[in-house]
Design a protein around this ligand. Structure first.
Ligand code: SAM
Length: 293
């Protein structure tokens, strides 16, 4: 029976033992409230039959709870200083694999195939994300097309609001579209700033994402659909025409293709991407694809 890492006293003791302090530049706010960690694991419905991916294990507070609940945990940590700490704190658990790497540089599909012993087990993602890269991480995970049975992630409240934003609002953007294309998003619970060491200066929320039914309209090419989500919002205040010509080119032949694609789905080139629903984005992608853009 190993004592929990997630108490303020033990967290400080571990950091002192290894002579480290938290780095703001890496988004290091460590959870020290055991009840919150247990609620996160419960929100992920983590079972002994599950493979779990964690991004940013820190000193292992959440990793430990996941290790006790899951079949295997693969955790990605960028900070060199934390690798010996994790070697020490995770020593009691034989089902934890730490990968020392920047998650944004990892080929997820390859790495999961390499690290998980049983690749047929259900796959979940459970993490207290480094907030400075919440959006790129979620875009990477969703763009990969890897099937997750659920994704339970802590992020700043401000980003969480974007996941369920409606077209035409300021929170609506490429992240909204990427999430809604694959998943149903639900707020599991919010977390007080005092649950972390040090306290973050933003509010936090735990979001639960579960796979959705496929859309009625299918994209011709998912990878290019995700690219279009981003292209639409490169210049949020500019028209669709402006962003499309910036991305694809302003030559005469390209302009003719773009005009044909927009006309085919009855879309005014002066529209702003922020007005387009997810379905409309897929229609636009298909029309561009069919016009040879
Ligand atoms: N899971 C721990 C907890 O809940 O107490 C720590 C969470 S802390 C908010 C975020 C963690 O992500 C830190 O350990 C940080 O070093 C790590 N991190 C930051 N950038 C990263 C990156 N690009 N790739 C992998 N891990 C990263």
């Amino acid at each position: 029976d190993v004592p929990d890492i997630a108490t303020p006293v033990r967290t400080q003791a571990i950091m002192n033992q290894f002579g480290i302090n938290t780095k703001k530049s890496l988004g290091q706010n460590f959870l020290t409230d055991i009840n919150i960690l247990k609620n996160i694991v419960a929100a992920g419905d983590v079972q002994k039959t599950d493979n779990v991916v964690e991004i940013g294990p820190g000193i292992g507070a959440l990793t430990e709870q996941l290790a006790r609940a899951a079949k295997q945990v693969v955790a990605f940590e960028i900070d060199d200083r934390l690798i010996p700490v994790l070697d020490h704190t995770m020593a009691p658990y034989d089902n934890v694999t730490i990968v020392h790497n920047d998650i944004l540089k990892v080929d997820l599909e390859k790495e999961f195939a390499k690290q998980f012993e049983d690749v047929t087990a259900p796959l979940k993602l459970v993490a207290n994300l480094p907030y400075y890269i919440t959006t790129p991480i979620l875009m990477q995970v969703l763009q990969s097309g890897i099937h997750f049975d659920n994704i339970v992630v802590m992020m700043q409240k401000e980003v969480a609001d974007r996941l369920s934003a409606e077209p035409g609002t300021k929170d609506y953007g490429s992240l909204t579209l990427a999430v809604q294309y694959r998943m149903n998003a639900k707020l599991a619970f919010t977390v007080s700033r005092t649950a972390f060491v040090p306290n973050p200066n933003v509010d936090s929320a735990i979001i639960s994402l579960t796979p959705r039914e496929p859309l009625a309209i299918q994209p011709r090419d998912e990878k290019r659909l995700f690219e279009l989500f981003k292209i639409g919002f490169v210049m949020r205040r500019k028209t669709l025409w402006n962003n499309l010509t910036t991305a694809f080119g302003k030559g005469e032949a390209m302009q003719a293709k773009l005009t044909a694609a927009l006309a085919a789905i009855d879309l005014d080139p002066r529209t702003r991407a922020e007005k387009l629903s997810l379905e409309r984005f897929v229609e636009l992608h298909n029309a561009l694809f069919d016009a040879g853009v």
